[in-house]
Ligand binder design. Structure first.
Ligand code: ADP
Ligand code: MG
Length: 910
């Protein structure tokens, strides 16, 4: 809980207004006199104080939120709002307290509560809202909860909380389902109604978890088997999350009511003297609302007004995420009042641990103290954002009227008064939704591809049709032309023959009538007629020629229209090419976004891992293989992360991820190698990675990259892959040892050395590779690495040496190896002896084991004695916590002639 800062500490309490009856003391917890505090609360708004800040915020929201960059905003100040609610007398109180006045008196119009001290004196306090025993549930919701719910819908976190003695109406206020009478519906039900009315089911989401905190253990009310949920805090933003809690998507009010009923059925309630229904646990309802902001241009858009619709669709949607937390706290009464048995007394202590931690934090915040003890309890860790954080918080304190519980009532009131002084800085939670953009673009691309295919098909059909039609018309015209020419030719031939015949006949006749002048005249007439006929024939022929010309021009026209169709086809082909071009561009954008997505997923994975590493109660060094560490990290981070990596694997595809290992962008390369490393930590993926050439690429990266992060992550991945024999052989055959030792010689980060040493250590455990590994300098490399001195690194080296010694010992026993140990040949013995009694237990365990393996074979005994290993063997045989090693050491010492002689010579009493 960051301290709220600001001088505007508005929470005030007032003592008796009448000066004559003032009984205030100097104690800071006691109310101050009205006159001693001249600064009137600035937030005060006669109509509705609890909504005051909210309406101010909402009015300013278009301006302040419009920037879209509100993430880095300092936020809007928002003080914790406190309402007090009085429960009506119940049947028992009406009888038992019949002769006594209520211990409180409310003045709702003045927002004041008077607490009776005795028959003649009262203390007066002011609250943001004073709700009498007649206040309806609807009014309580509207003044205490609605502004918070509206804030959540606008992308702010919000908290609504009830505090008070058991039986004063906390659950009544928050949790009533209103099944018997809808007017009785409590804040949870009404809040969900308002949320569901505002969200759009297609693009927004509402997810709910329901939990209880009981005896400092956090249980899932939607899955009772899940009874130890851990709290994860994001160090930068301070956001608190519960990755282990069940999240249910809510689409309608009915399913929400069923969920509440289910949760209530699981809720643990212990009986107390005060109220058999009351709960001894804290109940927390968390509602995550994610809304897409409609019609908003992102603030950093490079849009200059003439962008295409394509560019617009590349813009990721802007989403706002608000979290509403509704907390029904356990009863605030002191333990002695509960009058319960031993077990319940223990419970009460735990309950009081969380409640008193909450009280301490609120005190510290109210007094602007430098240290706020947030980490003292789970409740305060969960409510980190609600007090002094970025959430809008509304607190309802519930009190009963009975004078018998005056003490509890007074302490509840003081809690409320202090809470009023806590100042939060409300912050908008807004971000771009790249994943949904990528999804949307995929769909759009598929649509375009389909559309393009459809169009291409239609073009082809149309082109075929036009071509066929043109050909038909051409051949028809040609046919017509040929027919017409033939017809004309025949006609002329016939006419011509007839004319000749006629002329011949006439000429014969003329010959017969030669000398006959009369007949001459007649012949002249005949000739004239023939001439006329001839000219008629000529004009007919001309007409036929015209007809032919006409047909010719028709043919030319047809040819032109064919050319036109051809150019149309060319145009269509050009359009098709453009479409293909466009598609390629889109695919480029998609792959860029995928790499961004990869990047973002990585950031998320890394963050989660960092959180897990920093998480409480985790003891490092329990396991000494980096593989098992990676694996345990994966396990710890729960299904969420595993699912996200697996999903990434599916979505992006292994080949794609591996191809990114060679990407030009160094960042992409780093993230890709991290993804591969994460995948390699899962045994089920290892074979696939190796088959797809991933091992080769990782080894190549070791040789080609200069970046230490890449070296570290790649070496870790190789260490994971070096878990099985086949891969070990592959690593060795691809020059793994020399690549790993070069990497080690350049490394500055001990974690890189740890990964390299871990990989070599795994290779050391392969019986078949012993000679090759040593021949290529594997043992020498390990002995170089120890210079770094980091205990995690030394533990890996020790593991490698122990693995090597074990395999070698096995080979010697089977007779396939003779002569001194290769470890001794390569000078490892001094280091082993030096570290055999290391303070770090993993180093000690492995070196002790290595010594025992070496001691098994008499050829090594002389060297061991001269390097001082005898002392260590004696110590191991007496002190080693592992009985099998102790016995082995003892047996070896007792059976080796060289060792027995050595013990005698060194005068070691054994
Ligand atoms: P808590 O949760 O604080 O222990 P409950 O909400 O269980 O208290 O209330 C105790 C009893 O008082 C219940 O029977 C409840 O119906 C009744 N009650 C509480 N507040 C009111 C109210 N404002 N009007 C009527 N009955 C109330
Ligand atoms: Mg209750």
């Amino acid at each position: 809980m960051a301290s709220g800062g600001g001088n505007n500490r508005n929470g005030t309490h007032r003592n008796s207004l009448k000066g004559t009856t003032t009984t205030s003391t100097a104690s800071t917890d006691k109310p101050l006199s009205v006159n001693s505090n001249p600064s009137k609360p600035a937030f005060k708004n006669k109509s509705s104080p609890l909504t005051g800040a909210s309406s101010g915020l909402r009015k300013s929201s278009p301006g302040s939120l419009g920037g879209g960059a509100a993430k880095d905003d300092a936020g809007v100040p928002g003080r914790v709002r406190v309402a007090v609610r009085l429960r009506p007398r119940n049947a028992e109180e009406s009888v038992a307290d019949a002769d006594f006045a209520d211990c409180v008196e409310l003045q709702p119009e003045l927002k004041r509560l008077k607490l009776r001290k005795n028959n003649w004196d009262t203390d007066t306090y002011e609250f943001d809202e004073v709700l009498t025993e007649f206040a309806s549930q609807k009014r309580v919701y509207e003044v205490a909860a609605k502004p918070v719910v509206e804030g959540v819908l606008d992308g702010y976190n919000g908290t609504i909380m009830a505090y008070g003695q058991t039986g004063t109406g906390k659950t009544y206020t928050l949790g009533r389902l209103g099944e018997e009478d809808t007017a009785n519906r409590g804040i949870m039900v009404r809040a969900m109604e308002d949320i569901l009315a505002e969200v759009s089911p297609e693009i927004d989401s509402v997810l709910v978890s329901y939990l209880q905190l009981y005896m400092e253990s956090l249980q899932d009310l939607l899955d009772p088997t899940n009874d130890n949920i851990s709290i994860v805090e994001e160090p930068k933003s301070g956001d608190v999350s519960l990755p282990g809690a069940t999240l249910v998507e809510i689409r309608d009010q009915q399913s929400f009511l069923e969920l509440l009923r289910l949760g209530e059925a699981h809720r643990h309630a212990a009986n107390t003297k005060l109220n058999t229904e009351s709960s001894r646990s804290h109940a927390l309802l968390m509602v995550h609302v994610k809304r897409t902001v409609k019609g908003r241009e992102p603030a950093h858009s490079s849009d200059n007004g003439n962008s295409t619709s394509m560019a617009r669709s590349l813009r990721p949607p802007l989403v706002r995420k608000g979290k509403l937390v509704v907390v029904d706290l356990a009863g605030s009464e002191r333990i002695d009042k509960s009058g319960s048995d031993g077990h319940t007394r223990e419970e009460a202590k735990s309950i009081n641990l969380s409640l008193s931690a909450l009280g301490k934090c609120i005190n510290a915040l109210a007094e602007n103290s430098a240290h706020v003890p947030v980490r003292d309890s789970k409740l305060t860790r969960l409510l980190r954002d609600s007090f002094g954080g970025t959430a809008r918080t509304s607190l309802v304190i519930t009190v009963g009227p009975s004078p018998r519980h005056r003490g509890e009532t007074a302490s509840t009131i003081m809690f409320g008064q202090r809470a009023m002084k806590v100042e939060n800085m409300l912050k908008l939670k807004e971000e771009f939704d790249y994943k949904s953009l990528a999804r949307r673009l995929d769909i759009q691309l598929d649509k375009l591809i389909m559309e393009h295919e459809r169009k291409q098909k239609a073009f082809e059909v149309e082109i075929e049709r036009i071509t066929a039609e043109a050909q038909n018309r051409i051949s028809e015209a040609e046919r017509n032309y040929a027919d017409a020419v033939e017809k004309e030719r025949l006609k002329y031939q016939k006419d011509y023959m007839e004319s000749i015949k006629k002329l011949e006949e006439k000429w014969m006749m003329n010959q017969q009538n030669q000398g006959n002048e009369r007949k001459m005249v007649h012949i002249a007439e005949e000739v004239a007629e023939v001439k006329k006929l001839l000219s008629k024939e000529t004009s007919l022929r001309k007409a036929a020629e015209e007809e032919v010309d006409n047909l010719k021009s028709q043919l030319a026209q047809l040819k032109m229209s064919e050319a036109l169709a051809n150019s149309e086809i060319l145009k269509l082909q050009k359009m098709v090419e453009d479409e293909v071009c466009q598609k390629e561009k889109l695919e480029g954008e998609i792959s860029m976004l995928q790499s961004q997505l990869l990047h973002l997923s990585f950031e998320a994975d890394e963050t989660r891992k960092r959180l897990d590493r920093g998480g409480p109660g985790k003891v490092p060094g329990g396991l000494d293989s980096p593989v098992s560490q990676v694996r345990s990290q994966l396990k710890d981070s729960g299904n969420g992360e595993k699912a996200s990596v697996a999903k990434l694997f599916e979505q992006v595809g292994l080949q794609k991820i591996l191809s990114l290992l060679e990407a030009e962008d160094a960042d992409v390369r780093i993230h890709a190698v991290k993804v591969v490393a994460n995948l390699a930590a899962e045994e089920t993926n290892q074979q696939k990675i190796v088959e797809a050439g991933g091992l080769k690429s990782l080894l190549m990266l070791l040789g080609s990259s200069e970046d230490e992060t890449i070296h570290r992550v790649a070496a870790g991945a190789i260490a994971n892959l070096a878990m099985n024999e086949k891969n070990q052989e592959l690593i060795m055959s691809q020059g793994g040892i020399s690549l790993l030792s070069t990497t080690a010689s350049h490394a500055k980060d001990p974690q890189t050395l740890r990964m390299v040493a871990g990989a070599i250590a795994n290779l050391c455990g392969n019986d078949k590779l012993q000679t090759k590994l040593r021949g290529e300098g594997g043992i020498k490399a390990l002995l170089e690495i120890v210079k770094c001195g980091h205990p995690d690194v030394l533990a890996q080296v020790a593991r490698g040496i122990a693995n090597f010694a074990k395999c070698e010992s096995r080979a010697s026993t089977q007779g396939s190896k003779t002569g001194r140990s290769l470890l001794i040949e390569d000078g490892a013995l001094p280091w082993i002896v030096q570290n055999a009694n290391s303070d770090a237990s993993p180093i000690r365990r492995h070196t002790e084991l290595a010594l025992c393996h070496l001691a098994q074979h008499e050829v090594n005994a002389k060297d061991m004695i001269s390097e001082g290993a005898l002392w260590e063997l004696v110590r191991i045989s007496q002190d080693c916590p592992r009985e099998d090693i102790r016995t082995l050491a003892h047996r070896t010492l007792a059976s080796s002639p060289d060792f027995i002689a050595g013990l005698k010579r060194l005068q070691i009493d054994y």
